[in-house]
Design a protein around this ligand. Structure first.
Ligand code: SF4
Ligand code: SF4
Length: 283
C-alpha cells in the first residue's frame, strides 16, 4: 500500500448521511472531465488549486490587499464582489489566506497524502460499524485521480471499512477495473440520456459512460443511480424515462434516486469569479 502518495482534494466531510448508506466520511477530490453547466461544486471541476472569495464573510478590512506580494487583489466599491482577484497574476503564495480574519478568502483545494486522509477516516470507524456506513469518494470526479483514489480505497479495505465511489464514469475501462475490487458500492451520476444533449450540457458524449455502466452492472457490483433534477434539462419526463429504461433494461433491481438541486449553487460560481451558465441556459 502506498500511503505516501498524494492527491488534491477540496473537502473532507465527516458524518455525511447523503452519500451512501449509514454514517459516512465523504472525501471530495478535485478534477472532473465533464463540465456540467449546473455543477454544484465548481471548485471541484479544475484539478488546479486557486483562491476564492466569499462576499458574505468579508468585512472589507483590506488586510488581504495589503498582504498580497503581487498586487492581485483590489478592494472594490462598484462591483458585486468586495474583493476583485486577478487570478492571472496570483502566485498562490497564500499570504491573503493567512491574514484574512474571517476566512473569506480561501484556497479551493489542497494536497494531502493517503496516510493523512486515513487518519481522518479512521476517527469514525465506530460510527461506520454501527450504521453500516463507511467512506465515499466523490468530487469533482474521483476517477480523475485513479492512482490516488485506488490507494485510499485499498487502505480502507485493509481496515475493513465499507467503500463507495460517486462517479460520472467518464473514464477508460482499465480505471474501473483497477479500483473495482476495492469498491462496495458504485454511486453513478447519470444526467442526460440523449447523446447530443449530453454533449451540449456537459461538454462530453455519454457513450463511454453507458459502456462503463454496462461493464460495472455485468460484474455484479452494487450500483445506485442518481439523477440531478435540473429544471427543463434533466428532469423532463422524456429524459427520466429514457434513463430508467436504459438502467432497468440492464438490471431491474438497480435503484434510481432523483436528487433535488441546491438553489444556492450560484454563490459558489461568484466565489470563483465565474459566470453561472445554468442561469441563462434553462429552457
Ligand atoms: S494567494 Fe498570494 S498572490 Fe494570490 S492573491 Fe493571495 S496573496 Fe496574492
Ligand atoms: S482580509 Fe478577508 S475579510 Fe478582509 S477584505 Fe480580505 S477577504 Fe475580506
Amino acid at each position: 500500500m502506498k500511503t505516501d502518495i498524494t492527491g488534491t482534494i477540496f473537502k473532507i466531510k465527516r458524518f455525511s448521511i447523503h452519500d451512501g448508506p449509514g454514517i459516512r466520511t465523504s472525501v471530495f477530490l478535485k478534477g472532473c472531465p465533464l463540465n456540467c453547466i449546473w455543477c454544484h461544486s465548481p471548485e471541484g471541476i479544475s484539478s488546479d488549486i486557486a483562491i476564492w472569495h466569499d462576499n458574505s464573510l468579508c468585512i472589507a478590512c483590506g488586510q488581504c490587499v495589503k498582504a498580497c506580494p503581487n498586487s492581485a487583489l483590489k478592494l472594490s466599491k462598484e462591483s458585486e464582489s468586495i474583493i476583485n482577484i486577478d487570478r492571472s497574476i496570483c502566485s498562490l503564495s497564500g499570504d491573503c489566506v493567512n491574514v484574512c480574519p474571517t476566512g473569506a478568502i480561501q484556497f479551493t483545494g489542497y494536497k494531502i497524502s493517503v496516510k493523512d486522509i486515513m487518519s481522518e477516516i479512521e476517527k469514525d470507524i465506530l460510527y461506520y460499524n454501527k450504521s453500516e456506513g463507511g467512506i465515499t469518494l466523490t468530487g469533482g470526479e474521483p476517477l480523475y485521480q485513479p492512482g490516488f483514489s485506488s490507494e485510499i480505497l485499498k487502505a480502507c479495505k485493509e481496515k475493513n471499512i465499507r467503500t463507495a465511489i460517486e462517479s460520472c464514469l467518464f473514464c477508460d475501462k482499465e480505471t474501473i477495473d483497477r479500483i473495482s475490487e476495492f469498491v462496495d458500492l458504485f454511486i453513478i451520476d447519470m444526467k442526460i440520456y440523449n447523446k447530443a444533449k449530453h454533449v451540449q450540457y456537459t461538454g462530453k458524449s455519454n457513450e463511454i459512460i453507458k459502456d462503463n455502466f454496462r461493464h460495472i452492472a455485468k460484474s455484479g457490483k452494487d450500483i445506485l443511480v442518481r439523477i440531478p433534477m435540473i429544471k427543463g434539462i434533466t428532469d423532463t419526463k422524456e429524459n427520466l424515462n429514457a434513463i430508467e429504461e436504459f438502467v432497468h433494461g440492464i438490471n431491474k433491481l438497480i435503484p434510481i434516486e432523483h436528487i433535488s438541486y441546491n438553489p444556492l449553487t450560484e454563490n459558489n460560481y461568484k466565489r470563483l469569479g465565474l459566470g453561472f451558465l445554468l442561469k441563462n441556459s434553462t429552457p
